[in-house]
Design a protein around this ligand. Sequence first.
Ligand code: MN
Ligand code: MN
Length: 498
Amino acid sequence: MAELDRMEWYDLARTTSWTPKYVEQDELFPPEMSDPHNLPQDVWDTYDEPYKTTYRDYVRVQRDKDVGVYSVRAALGRSNFIEKAPEGWRSILKSHYGIIGAVEFTAAIYCSRAARFGRAGGMRNTGMFGILDEIRHGQLEFIFPHEYAKKDRQWDWAVKTYHTNNWTAIAGRHFIEDVMVTRDVPSSTLTNGFCLETGFTNVQFISLSADAARMGDYTFSNVVNSIQTDESRHAQIGAPNLEILVKNGKKDAAQHVLDLSFWRSWKLFLTLTGPAVDYYSPLDRREKSFKEFMEEWIIAQYERQIADMGIDHPWYWDIFLDELNYAHHGMHMGLWYWRPTLFWNPVAGVTPKERDWLEGKYPGWNDTFGKAWDVVIDNLLNGRKEKTLPETLPMLCNLCQLPIVAPPGTKTFKLHDHTHEHKGRLYHFCSEPCKWIFETEPDRYEGHLSLIDRFLAGEIQPMTVPGVLNFMGIAPGEMGDDPCDWIEAYRASVKAAS
Ligand code: MN
Ligand code: MN
């Protein structure tokens, strides 16, 4: 029998919708999982995924990708690159693996839900391949750091983080569970596929892959590249779904979930990728600033994509553009100051040369964040390192679970606790958009206790910094530190001046 071309049989082969005889349609596809809008089946049958693959092709391509990554690992395994790399580079890898690793497995659950509950055959098919992708990513993100664990316990946090009450894990779970695995399938293909996987993972993966190649870390560069090629394929599960919703009068619902996901994704990535790109990455290997990456990979791309789909800018667009100038600088400073809570050793990244670079990329940096760092520098120069370490906890947002930050010393004072009372409880938010997300779906978020709430409720004992660190599951030998050698650059200039 003559073989047919793939495109001659593909559509037919993945059209696996039928009319059930033994159960009701709603039992097979419960609306709360499959489609709360109750669109008719013939509408879902118009779902047309742009990237079409077959199992045979998929396995061949993925096998080649894995051979590529694992052979680079075998070839470079004894090069000891990671031990010779600067501390900032290790910070990037440790924070990446610890925060992203287990998320990959959660993403497999998200894809499984699409594979089981999607109303369109194409969505179920894409979801099926997505499961295999995400399992592969989880395995990669665990096995690479695992071989370093014998040298340094912080690498163990690649696997450990998600099973702890470390604040990064509380914030990460709150976000990931919201956008990946606790909404109906069509909404999740937008919050996760269209928004998070299409745009934001690029910022982390492409920017780091470029930096890694310049660093000579070909292992990491290959890992993240290999993962991102899968992401850009299975992320496409969202676009045809968005098209269906907009065409069938559900634009407002789509706009809502996209806006909440965009904001929440921004919060996570400013915390993870912002410090990595603008502070941890060695100065002589930097290509672009975090803001420049955001402008290229998020603003330009996301704007074009939503315009194509008939979706508007999020209502808070101006707030987002404003935060782009300062939020990650504030977060970096907070990470450094609360470094014992981290499972990496955050470098400060504020030597005079690095400050020149920051001032060039973010005019005004020296007059705002620079002045706050001057206080830290003064303390270090005068032997008061204890003043650069935490004695209390920062105020955390009840939605994103991240500290409230603002640029210091500016005339327009931005630091603001946005509060909201709901069922007799006072909630605190870092920003208008976080407050808006909570207010539009309070039932979803009302029961959650932030780290601060748990502290004030007496769940963390003793009520001291060591008590909090113990609650977070972080032990001496794992907790972040900075030997502060960088201060010598300032001591030299103080000497030269006197
Ligand atoms: Mn993935
Ligand atoms: Mn993915």
